[in-house]
Design a protein around this ligand. Structure first.
Ligand code: ITT
Length: 188
């Protein structure tokens, strides 16, 4: 069975490949098919996008919509994560966070996978909690907010961890793991 992963972000494809690699009987193929991203929660964006894509290609397909949420900033950048990363970037975020210390630096990544086949739409969610670091820290791994996010139980940022290490605990891992369990049951 072939399932398409619709995304324009190659980093997400590499991480999804690591997480889904042991899924027997299923072949994942990335396609860069644009879909309308409405303004709304991650769940609303994923559901609208996946319905649109399925109506176009009529084949099993999933999208993965994610964002970075800083608690003291009321969830900003959240569903604006891509735009904020491309505009003020991590330096801008650290500037906004200058006056906050310790627990005030709480943040999380959230991922929503939207899947659709002939049985309809399913959503799977994953969250990883942690903190915004004091400075940008990277060993060249990761992308976007990875170099300013320290997950719980770690003192390295995601960008100081290898892709495999990040993919053991990430929001994407948690959402795709639920998706994987669903597919395994479906294939039985
Ligand atoms: P799609 O084509 O799949 O939509 P995208 O880059 O627009 O790719 P999202 O809308 O899901 O993806 O993600 C919004 C932004 O959130 C993304 O561009 C990054 O800036 C940030 N982001 C998401 N996951 C991340 C991760 O694991 N590490 C760092 N930043 C992440």
């Amino acid at each position: 069975m072939k399932i398409y992963f619709a995304t324009g972000n190659p980093n997400k494809v590499k991480e999804a490949e690591i997480i889904l690699k042991d899924l027997e009987g299923i072949k994942i193929e990335a396609i860069n098919l644009p879909y309308p991203e409405i303004q709304g929660t991650l769940e609303e964006v994923a559901e609208f996008g996946i319905k649109y894509l399925y109506s176009k290609i009529k084949k099993p397909v999933f999208v993965e919509d994610s964002g970075f949420f800083i608690e003291v900033l009321k969830g900003f950048p959240g569903t604006y994560s891509r735009y904020v990363q491309e505009t003020i970037g991590n330096e801008g975020i650290l500037k906004l966070m200058e006056d906050f210390k310790g627990e005030e630096r709480r943040a999380y990544f959230k991922s929503v996978v939207g899947y659709c086949d002939e049985d309809g739409v399913k959503l799977f969610k994953g969250v990883v909690r942690g903190w915004v670091s004091q400075e940008i820290r990277s060993k060249g791994y990761g992308f976007a907010y990875d170099s300013i996010f320290i997950p719980e139980g770690e003192n390295r940022t995601f960008a100081e961890m290898t892709r495999e290490e990040k993919s053991r605990i990430s929001h994407r891992k948690r959402a795709l793991e639920e998706f994987k369990e669903y597919l395994k049951k479906k294939l039985k």
